[in-house]
Design a protein around this ligand. Structure first.
Ligand code: BG6
Length: 478
């Protein structure tokens, strides 16, 4: 449950603090943190303070508000395998029978089924109860299905919130608004106009004290099967009939089902896995993956993945989707880049500023932005073009953007499942990544090593260069 400790301090508590400050938590709302450690409430609050505080910008931190907010927090020791502990919890909650109850399971997925059964056994689940499940849900299709079947024996699908925090990010919401709230992009949004799509989720962080969890999980399960695939769905989905949860999820599911399945052979050609070695990130020397605490000395777990994917449907036929994600990379950036085709015939001389491909950048991190890169005439020179950026200012209004967890937690309270993953979507995503896992498990070859602080193994570059293209940071405009 180490993963849980990190998430509650860094993500959940700060998110709830902000919603408290915004006056969105009802006066009687309580936050009960359950963990294995035997801590007093004060010790627990002290243990979360520094990390939570660090996530809240000074501008929005107010000691009085924090004091009032922390008055809502309780800590209780609970062993996820103990019936008695759940009975005690039920007794503790007896005076709050009719309230909305949200059980947020940020534990290892192996515990989800047992926890749900114990919640039911101790009569903690009522009509107003909802459960939130963190990813990765299971290790493969079979285990995910078994967990879901168990959870569904306690909670109906419309009370299960499978959280993928990428869906709650402001820029992802904006990507949907851009696509489905404007008329000008739709005619451009398909093969014939779009040459390729690149999605990069690059982190400079390493495994951050989560060595054991990470080593058993790897990047495919931690980032690709969920965050990367969900982003791909938002880029590639058809316009839904409405923003109603099932309409949106039906369209995402169709995208996943249209993805060309991998075979052992196409994994060799179109999938690269890497693992970081010691190196320098932001001027700091960092250890290699195998030297991190909790990692086996000859671990073959991947910390980097690059894939070339294809969506076999009418809109996307022939358009390659290049996907990449890794830890300890040279930069911290999450972005979607849409590369449009170049001109069929150039009447201006080649630009000295690089290629003249029009691009749309949707940047999720570090700074949310949407930029359209166009060519314009250079002042004074009649025939010389230079790239210019049309920048959609997403941060200029001065309003604070909600963190993904703030939006998603409030959606759970309000009962809105649009930004949560449905069981059939999850299954389809597992089905798509399984051949990759199987091919790598069967392979004798270790992951390709890359020094920390670099853009991943050379093979990731080859994957795209052989198609006559390059990753966006390698273009002159990148
Ligand atoms: C989590 C992964 O889901 O997402 C982490 O488990 C990863 O390994 C994190 O670091 C990245 O999220 P974000 O919002 O920081 O890009």
């Amino acid at each position: 449950q180490r993963q849980m400790c990190i998430r509650d301090r860094r993500k959940l508590i700060p998110a709830l603090y902000h919603r408290h400050c915004a006056g969105q938590l009802p006066e009687q709302a309580r936050i009960i943190t359950l963990g294995r450690r035997d801590l007093s409430r004060d010790d627990y609050l002290a243990s979360i303070f520094d990390k939570s505080h660090a996530q809240i910008s000074e501008k929005y931190f107010n000691a009085e508000q924090w004091q009032a907010f922390s008055g809502r927090i309780e800590y209780r020791k609970l062993d996820a395998n103990s019936d008695a502990d759940f009975d005690n919890l039920a007794e503790h909650l007896q005076d709050a029978q009719d309230r909305i109850r949200i059980f947020y399971l940020s534990t290892s997925p192996d515990l989800f089924a047992g926890i749900c059964q114990r919640l039911a056994r101790s009569d903690l689940v009522h009509e107003n109860s909802r459960v939130v499940l963190e990813k990765p849900l299971g290790r493969d299709l079979e285990s995910a299905d078994a967990i879901n079947a168990c959870v569904e024996s306690v909670f109906d699908e419309n009370r299960i919130y499978r959280i993928d925090h990428y869906l709650g990010k402001e820029a992802v919401q904006n990507l949907m608004a851009l696509r489905f709230g404007n008329s000008i992009f739709e005619p451009l949004w398909s093969h014939g106009k779009i040459r390729d799509v690149q999605i990069t989720l690059a982190e400079q962080l390493g495994v951050e004290g989560r060595g054991e969890f990470y080593d058993a999980t790897g990047t495919l399960r931690d980032m690709v099967q969920n965050h990367l695939m969900q982003l791909l769905c938002i880029v590639a989905m058809e316009p839904p009939i409405s923003m109603d949860a099932d309409n949106v999820r039906d369209e995402k599911l169709k995208v996943i089902r249209s993805l060309e399945p991998f075979t052992a052979e196409s994994v060799r050609a179109n999938a690269v896995r890497g693992q970081y070695q010691a190196g320098i990130v932001n001027d700091d020397k960092v250890p290699g993956y195998r030297d991190e605490p909790g990692i086996g000395a000859d671990s073959r777990t991947e910390t980097f993945i690059a894939l070339k994917a294809r969506i076999n449907n009418w809109r996307w036929s022939g358009v390659p989707f290049y996907l990449r994600t890794g830890k300890r990379m040279h930069e911290q950036v999450s972005e979607v880049v849409i590369n449009f085709f170049s001109l069929p015939h150039a009447i201006y001389p080649a630009s000295e500023h690089g290629d003249s491909v029009n691009r749309l950048y949707i940047r999720l991190q570090p700074q949310e932005s949407i930029e359209l890169h166009l060519m314009a005439k250079q002042a004074g020179d009649r025939n010389i073009l230079k790239p210019v950026k049309l920048d959609l200012d997403l941060t200029g209004s001065g309003e604070r953007h909600l963190d993904a967890y703030e939006r998603l937690l409030m959606d759970v309270v309000r009962g809105n499942q649009t930004l949560f993953v449905r069981r059939d979507e999850l299954n389809a995503a597992w089905q798509w990544v399984e051949p990759i896992m199987q091919a790598w498990d069967a392979s004798e070859k270790p992951p390709k090593f890359y020094p920390s602080g670099t853009p991943g193994p050379a093979a990731a570059r080859d994957l795209i260069v052989r198609d006559g293209r390059c990753w966006i940071e390698d273009t002159d405009q990148g």
